[in-house]
Design a protein around this ligand. Structure first.
Ligand SMILES: Cc1cc2nc3c(=O)[nH]c(=O)nc-3n(C[C@H](O)[C@H](O)[C@H](O)COP(=O)(O)O)c2cc1C
Length: 357
């Protein structure tokens, strides 16, 4: 029997339990992308409350990467020193922290004046915003940028990086036939659509130490017609596993309408929202699989761990309303999370994330 409180490893990353704080964007930067005091306060609280691994909110890698002005940018000169403060604070509380690296692609709303967002292919984002397909030169530059960003995170003391390839951001856009209409080696077959993700992963390996833990967050399913499917996800996870990735966090949802949201209202107290897809992948690949989405009860977590090969569970919204959840469960109060999955945390400028502190 697996327990939530078992020690676990993702490659060389040793964790005190099987519970992960899934990446949660907190508007942790000033408008110029520079880190504020907020993330340190949030992550310190999670670390002292026994969360096994804290994954930061998505941080921008590469030019014009950010969805909002308040998203942390890894490109600034002060990034390493500011992020070091955060990793030290987490380590002082015996926590572990992974930096989530993202490029938002066509969803990059905070682009430099006079430029437009880009993605795998031309795409009308809204009536007055068009994203253009990336050139090969821009793809090469992006791969470089992820390597530089990961090396900076490692230098700042991060215990791991997670490449964000889920939820309809740039690497998920490349994986998804909904966005990716390319005719070159980065489009078409699933192997081609996965090429950019794989090249970024391999480059990060080259830019960090050989055993530096690298994770990927991926959609198990886009939850739209003609999107990235569970079967395709299995192909990509198998490729990543064979190349030595350390763990995969399986989410779902391209986030283009209500039914494709990664943050849905759980329908079941005994199961997460996307457990079945994560379990299918965990059965077939040899590296640890983390399942995210809709876990609110110990029962749902223990079922996922024990009825499948899933190795760990991650949660986002439960930690917004209750940063002390893991410690509460560990000390014997096993009542479900207080989170009602109302998505109020997406309110005015993500203010709820901050108010809950
Ligand atoms: C306020 C908020 C911000 C989020 N920011 C991110 C993010 O930066 N990166 C990411 O991969 N997922 C992000 N997510 C999605 C969560 O990591 C998670 O996949 C999703 O909320 C489902 O898990 P839950 O049911 O435990 O909330 C965010 C979710 C919320 C509620």
């Amino acid at each position: 029997m697996k327990s939530l409180f078992d020690k676990i490893s993702f490659g060389t990353l040793e964790l005190r339990n099987r519970i992960v704080r899934s990446a949660t964007f907190e508007m942790g930067a000033a408008d110029n992308g520079k880190i504020t005091d907020l993330p340190e306060a949030i992550y310190t609280k999670l670390a002292e409350n026994e969360v096994g691994l804290i994954i930061t909110g998505m941080m921008g890698a590469g030019e014009n990467s950010r969805a909002f002005p308040g998203m942390i940018d890894t490109e600034g000169a002060s990034f390493v020193s500011n992020f070091s403060r955060i990793t030290s604070a987490v380590h002082q509380k015996n926590g572990k922290i992974a930096a989530q690296l993202a490029h938002c692609g066509v969803k990059a709303g905070a682009v430099r004046q006079g430029t437009s967002p880009y993605g795998p292919s031309d795409f009308a984002v809204s009536e007055d915003t068009y994203a253009r397909g990336m050139t090969k030169g821009e793809i090469e530059q992006l791969i470089e940028s992820f390597g530089i960003a990961a090396a900076k995170c490692r230098e700042a003391g991060a215990d791991a990086v997670e490449i964000h390839a889920a939820h309809g951001y740039l690497l998920s856009q490349f994986l998804s036939p909904y966005y990716n209409k390319r005719k070159d080696e980065y489009g078409g077959s699933v192997e081609n659509r996965a090429r950019l993700l794989i090249e970024i992963y391999e480059h990060i390996r080259e830019c960090t130490e050989k055993d530096f833990p690298i994770l990927v967050k991926i959609n198990g399913d886009d939850l739209i017609q003609h999107g990235f499917t569970a079967e395709e996800c299995l192909t990509v996870c198998t490729m990543l596993s064979e190349k030595g990735l350390d763990a995969i966090e399986v989410s779902s949802g391209l986030a283009i309408d209500n039914s494709s949201l990664p943050f849905q209202k759980p329908k079941d107290d005994e199961k997460g929202t996307f457990t079945d897809t994560a379990a299918m992948i965990a059965d077939k690949v040899s590296i640890p699989i983390i399942s995210v989405g809709g876990y609110r009860t110990i029962k749902s977590i223990e079922n996922a761990l024990n009825k499948s090969n899933i190795s760990a569970i991650s949660m986002s919204r439960p930690f917004i309303c209750e940063p002390g959840l893991v410690k509460r469960w560990h000390t014997g109060n096993t009542a479900p999370s207080k989170c009602t999955s109302c998505n109020g945390c997406f309110g005015e400028k993500f203010a709820c994330v901050q108010h809950c502190m």
